[in-house]
Design a protein around this ligand. Structure first.
Ligand SMILES: *Cc1c(COP(=O)(O)O)cnc(C)c1O
Length: 417
């Protein structure tokens, strides 16, 4: 396998050294093949909000798997998952299940282009929407640039229809719409970004984005693959009080198995085949094993309503980390949203990709290894968010903060900022 992995972030490229090989997970813990235990703040990069191997989720999977793993024909299970998502997110009136977040965003922009009859898509630098060719553009810090591909193999022709804007730049939005507004099919955005580390879109930014897209007849796509069912039951759109036209989902809705989804206003979703003409298909889409894992996860979340507690835990961890950093003389910025958090090794507030990319990634790497040696498994990049599960107890958070205090002190002694 290239780099020994099946997804590049796992290779520890950004922090150097050999990745940990995982044997199993249990609740908030990971165990590696050598038997070491870690408090897990990666949680499979977001999905495992209930912790690993939740007994009810496992039991549901086992029960369903005995009846067969995929039929390529309609099942009740996929309808249950679809219904639960629709009942949770008011802007989602109709939904299509797919197999990953990437498939969801790819399909949503195809639908937006077909629906509007326009070709331009606007995205924000530092926002990640999966490895869709036309969205693999993050370069360009000027207010609006025609995209330059950020991977070899993406034809320039593909990204010439992608505009890259600056996150949280309200004036940039205005200018972009005044110039291109009538050609823009959709703007896709992480409403609370997690893929440059955790960064909130400001209220002003989100209000302007909703206004301009409506005014110019462009669709607003909230990519809630990460934030859906994480920051709140109805996702970031609940916290922001804004209704997008389309929403993309993944991660938590699969309960640790491969599921994605895109949905939104019925009148738009009716353009998808076989009701409409926009082609999108999947051999394993809506398969019973993945959908029961997701459905059971959502059922447990709906019943336990963990969001206020998750918010409290995240705030406790954020404040604790900020405090011990300060005590050790380390300057950093802790950004958080309920259930997700990033420590930016930066003097300046981080509110877009420009400010994020100026972080001291060497200090982050020291921090990462120091924490790993103390049994805390963090995302192996400055530009990824940490995630909390409902099983990250006060005691585990306190252990994490105590470990961070030691590591910050070490880093401060070695003379990093
Ligand atoms: C993870 C993620 C994706 C991609 O999902 P995959 O299942 O990895 O394809 C897309 N958008 C956002 C916001 C994500 O966090």
């Amino acid at each position: 396998m290239p780099g020994g992995v099946n997804s590049p972030a796992r290779a520890f490229g950004a922090v150097g050294g050999e990745p940990v090989f995982i044997d199993r997970g249990e609740g908030p813990f990971l165990y590696d093949v050598d038997g070491n235990r870690y408090i897990d703040y990666v949680l499979s990069w977001g999905p495992m909000i209930l912790g690993h191997a939740h007994p009810e989720v496992v039991a549901a999977i086992v029960q369903v798997v005995r009846k067969g793993t995929s039929f390529g024909a309609p099942t009740v299970g996929e309808n249950l998952l679809a219904e639960r998502i629709i009942s949770a997110i008011p802007s989602v009136e109709k939904i299509r299940l797919v197999n990953s977040g990437t498939e969801a965003t790819m399909s949503a922009i195809r639908l937006a282009r077909a629906y509007t009859g326009r070709e331009l898509i606007a995205k924000f630098s530092g926002n990640y929407h999966g490895h869709v060719d036309s969205l693999l553009v993050a370069a360009g810090s000027s207010a609006a640039t025609h995209g330059v591909p950020s991977s070899p193999g993406v034809p320039s022709g593909t990204v010439q229809h992608t505009l890259v804007l600056r996150y949280n730049d309200v004036d940039g939005l205005q200018t972009t719409f005044e110039t291109w507004g009538r050609e823009i099919a959709a703007v896709i955005v992480e409403p609370i970004a997690g893929n440059m580390g955790c960064v909130w879109g400001s209220e002003e930014f989100h209000t302007k984005l909703r206004e301009l897209t409506s005014q110019y007849g462009a669709l607003l796509i909230y990519d809630e693959v990460m934030t859906g069912f994480r920051v709140a039951w109805s996702g970031a759109q609940e916290l922001l009080g804004i209704k997008p036209d389309l929403t993309t989902l993944g991660k938590i809705i699969g309960g640790g198995l491969p599921v994605g989804a895109y949905g939104g206003r019925q009148e738009i979703m009716d353009h998808v085949l076989p009701e409409g003409k926009v082609f999108q298909a999947g051999t394993l889409s809506g398969n019973p094993v993945a959908t029961v894992a997701g459905w059971t996860t959502l059922r447990l979340l709906e019943a336990s309503k963990p969001y206020p507690q998750l918010k409290e835990s995240t705030e406790f961890l954020a404040q604790g980390l900020q405090r011990v950093a300060q005590e050790a003389g380390i300057v950093c910025q802790v950004n958080w949203a309920p259930g997700m958090l990033t420590i930016f090794f930066s003097r300046d507030r981080v509110n877009d990709w420009d400010t994020a990319s100026r972080c001291d990634t060497r200090a982050f790497a020291r921090f990462f290894w120091g924490m790993l040696r103390r049994g805390v498994y963090l995302p192996c990049s400055q530009f990824e968010a940490m995630f909390l599960s409902v099983l990250h107890t006060r005691e585990l958070l306190e252990q994490t903060i105590a470990a961070a205090k030691e590591v910050f002190t070490e880093i401060a002694k070695e003379g990093f900022s």
